[in-house]
Ligand binder design. Structure first.
Ligand code: NAG
Length: 319
């Protein structure tokens, strides 16, 4: 009888967010708008940095990496949530559920390492300006971007190793709109106390750890600035954008894994915020506070439109 799967649960049922039709409608409009806006904004940033020679600097490479990962953040949970909003029976397959958890943690890990890399980039730009191009060489940028994926995948694989063999024998209702620890683990038919502890320590270690690394590096930057001689003000203004993003991103994440079971409603709405609003904030915050970026996005946008015009022209001529 080898290979018989202990799990009998083949799908999970989400309780969703609310039963009120008005709130569902509101959430539908709100989430779709933010989803489309953040997909558009982040794609524009990736496109602008890839195609615009004016943005040929480490800061923009890292920003494009962040936007790329934000495309993923928006897409792991929100389309399914939006699709489910008006459905009575909100189900996800066992595999779908595991996949969501896996990608949530890969992306979370990548985002954290990228934010640390961006803080380091600002540190060098502000405090070691003369050596900026030597330290933040193309090799270093690639190293950061590879490291972020390695850390993200490792973090997620470690978590998955704990849960992949859990037996699920019956209860399959998740009071949520997406799959994640610790609610998922709670449904397993075994004593999960230690497992929940392990998984939440792993996630908390990642989020709180990188939050403190970031905060400390910003404090170091702020205290080092007065000693450096040339023009710190522009760099400082980009720094404030970074601090805003870090606080807005980590605030809710630390909350989930620290008080997972309390304040259910609050946690759900924070989860929506993190899945839908944060990926939208990054392009807004970085672009609006940065003249170069603003110009590049406008250029990129008109270029995109231009390509479409040319394409239309060509297809018209052919037919
Ligand atoms: C991420 O950064 C690396 C290193 O600079 C760069 O080569 C790559 O194009 C970036 N990825 C995206 C999606 O912008």
């Amino acid at each position: 009888m080898e290979g018989v799967n202990q799990s009998v649960v083949s799908e999970f049922v989400f309780l969703g967010l609310t039963n009120s039709w008005n709130i569902q409608l509101f959430l539908f409009v709100f989430s779709s708008t933010f989803y489309i806006a953040s997909m558009t904004g982040n794609s524009l940033i990736v496109f602008a940095v890839a195609s615009d020679p004016h943005l040929n600097s480490p800061m923009y490479f890292l920003l494009a990496n962040l936007s790329f990962i934000d495309l993923g953040i928006s897409s792991v949970t929100s389309p399914k949530m939006i699709y489910d909003l008006f459905r009575k029976h909100k189900v996800i397959s066992f595999r779908g559920c595991i996949t969501q958890i896996f990608f949530i943690h890969v992306i979370g890990g990548v985002e954290m390492v990228l934010l640390i890399a961006m803080a380091f980039d600002r540190y060098v730009a502000i405090c070691k300006l003369l050596y900026y191009l030597t330290i933040m060489s193309p090799k270093m940028c690639i190293l950061f971007s590879v490291a972020s994926w390695v850390v993200g995948c490792m973090h997620s694989l470690v978590q998955m190793a704990f849960v992949v063999n859990l037996p699920f024998c019956g209860p399959n209702v998740l009071d949520s709109f997406y799959c994640d620890f610790p609610r998922f683990i709670k449904l397993a038919c075994t004593d999960t106390y230690r497992l929940e502890l392990l998984v939440s320590i792993n996630s908390r270690f990642m989020s709180v750890g990188s939050f403190f690394i970031l905060i400390i590096s910003y404090i170091v930057i702020i205290f080092t600035v007065p000693h450096s001689s040339s023009g710190p003000s522009k760099a400082l203004s980009t720094l404030s954008a970074h601090v805003t993003v870090v606080v807005l991103f980590f605030g809710p994440v630390m909350f989930f894994y620290t008080w997972p079971s309390s304040y259910t409603h609050l946690v759900k709405f924070l989860a929506i915020y993190d899945a839908i609003v944060t990926p939208f904030l990054n392009p807004i915050i970085y672009t609006l506070r940065n003249q170069e970026m603003k110009m590049a996005v406008v250029r990129g946008f008109s270029k995109l439109m231009g390509y479409r015009q040319i394409l239309k022209h060509l297809t018209c001529e052919q037919s």
